[in-house]
Design a protein around this ligand. Structure first.
Ligand code: C2E
Ligand code: MG
Ligand code: MG
Ligand code: MG
Length: 279
């Protein structure tokens, strides 16, 4: 704590806090021009079904800052959320993912793939979110069912009525939905039943110790059973080992995503890996 600045101003200095604030505003101004400077990129992480059959990809945003290097989305997404930049970033992500789907549409090896896109709360709450997605689908000429939107529990619960209405309208277009990081939020079964979901994505925090932690194992088993009873697909994220995969499979999980099958990579590498796997 220190006395500083103007005569009547007492500022409380917390050096860590100050560093965070400065880094944030710096990050924010750098992020502001990231789209036009071509610093953003989508990486794709494979999603697989039984016997490693590839079924799709999750699009994960990457920001390559000329000086800072690769900035983690865990770091810049919150900044983008707070500043409102997430609206233009989110739009760019949807456009880029749909352009990729359009590219794959006429290549037999890739034409069945879906792309899952993470949607932030602020982006989803926009009054015209549904028509934004609709027009991106029309412009790209992509079959809507190839696009999967990943929502989080906190997004959904923040305004359940608005969520259900928008999900319903997007479902009517053919868009699919996955509930990301499932189990880390507070969604009640009542809500789950009311949401037009297609898939539940088991959070990686439960998968990590699944073979050693009985509580995690029990939670995962319960999530899978519940998904099955509700007629929903289930996918596990953060699968890093064969043992985790076998454990999940034994309990009825049929789709997986994680370093064991592939890290998020640039589209060229993603395509090469799939072609390699098919041989
Ligand atoms: P998420 O949607 O839960 O994405 C999964 C995260 O887990 C990704 O981190 C991915 O790289 C990582 N991951 C995948 N497999 C494994 C594994 O086997 N082990 C471990 N330890 N990690 C694994 P990433 O790419 O750093 O993204 C972090 C978060 O940032 C995402 O979490 C998502 O919430 C957000 N995010 C990323 N791209 C976007 C985007 O385009 N829009 C929005 N709104 N959020 C995004
Ligand atoms: Mg996700
Ligand atoms: Mg997730
Ligand atoms: Mg997660």
């Amino acid at each position: 704590q220190a006395k500083a600045g103007g005569r009547n101003t007492i500022r409380f200095y917390d050096p860590d806090m100050q560093a965070v604030l400065e880094a944030r505003s710096e990050l924010e101004s750098a992020l502001r021009g990231a789209v036009v400077r071509n610093e953003l990129q989508l990486f794709y992480q494979v999603q697989v079904a039984e016997q490693g059959r590839h079924i799709g990809a999750e699009a994960l945003l990457r920001w390559k800052h000329p000086v800072l290097g690769m900035v983690s989305p865990a770091r810049f997404i919150p900044v983008a959320e707070e500043s409102g930049l997430i609206l233009s970033l989110g739009q760019w992500v949807l456009e880029t993912a749909c352009a990729q789907l359009a590219c794959w549409q006429f290549q037999p090896e890739f034409s069945e793939l879906t792309i899952a896109v993470n949607v932030s709360a602020r982006q989803f709450r926009q009054a015209d979110f549904v028509s934004q997605v609709h027009s991106i689908l029309l412009t790209s000429g992509v079959t809507a069912s190839r696009l999967k939107l990943e929502l989080t529990e906190s997004l959904v619960l923040d305004n359940v009525e608005d969520t259900i209405r928008k999900m319903g309208e997007l479902k009517a277009l053919g868009v699919r939905f996955s509930m990301d990081d499932f189990g880390t939020g507070y969604s009640s079964l009542t809500y789950l039943k009311r949401l037009p979901l297609d898939q539940i994505k088991i959070d990686q925090s439960f998968v990590r110790d699944i073979t050693t932690d009985q509580n995690d194992a029990a939670i995962v088993q319960t999530i899978i059973a519940m998904a099955q009873n509700l007629g929903l697909d289930v996918i596990a994220e953060g699968v890093e080992t064969q043992a985790q995969c076998e454990f999940l499979e034994l309990r009825g999980c049929r789709a997986y995503q994680g370093y064991f099958f592939g890290r998020p990579v640039e589209v060229q590498d993603f395509e090469a890996a799939l072609l390699q796997r098919e041989k």
